[in-house]
Design a protein around this ligand. Structure first.
Ligand SMILES: [Zn+2]
Length: 190
């Protein structure tokens, strides 16, 4: 059973792991700014990131897909992302898929490429917006990975709650920064 706190801790561990392997990931955006840089982050975690054209993207795949490949060899998992959505939205989706990987697929930094659960997650719009625990947990992991609490509170204060500036700092969308601000009770939900 995961709690909000244990998911935040897991996200911290993943961010520290990446920062220890490549200095580019010591500063935001913590998964790189998309493209090859983000592909490299996924590779360091033992997986592969694939961008697919709109024509090769079935409508039921939604924003992104994570699929296990093999527990014995790399890449151990694959994240598929559509090319036609915005880079900032894609970055959050990639972080969300990593949430499924670490929280729901038994994948771990220590044992990585040794254990991985069967079954993929297809993050259709319906699944993403659904108020179920699995999606909530993956979104929370993504928010914690890309916008760590201590730094978020500091930057929020420095920028006097300017959502655009805060989103810019972390390389995420304004919507993602706003939700994080609400979760941390820096702004109201309405
Ligand atoms: Zn999901």
């Amino acid at each position: 059973m995961y709690t909000k706190e244990s998911i935040a801790e897991l996200a911290d561990q993943v961010r520290s792991f990446l920062a220890s392997r490549d200095e580019r990931f010591r500063v935001p955006p913590y998964l790189g700014s998309g493209g090859q840089e983000t592909g490299h982050a996924i590779q360091l975690l033992g997986g592969i990131l694939k961008y697919q054209q709109e024509g090769e993207w079935p409508s039921d795949w939604g924003d992104g897909v994570i699929a296990p490949i093999s527990a014995e060899r790399e890449p151990a998992f694959e994240i598929r992302i559509p090319r036609h959505t915005s880079p900032k939205r894609n970055l959050f989706t990639i972080a969300h898929e990593l949430g499924h990987l670490f929280v729901h697929m038994d994948y771990g930094l220590e044992s990585y490429a040794e254990t991985i659960a069967e079954g993929d997650f297809r993050d259709t719009m319906m699944a993403r917006s659904a108020r179920n625990a699995t999606e909530y947990e993956a979104n929370h992991f993504a928010a914690c990975l890309l916008m760590p609490e201590t730094e978020f509170r500091r930057v929020w204060g420095e920028r006097a709650g300017d959502r655009d500036a805060v989103a810019e700092h972390f390389g995420v969308s304004i919507a993602a920064a706003t939700t994080r601000g609400q979760f941390l009770e820096l702004i109201s939900w309405i």
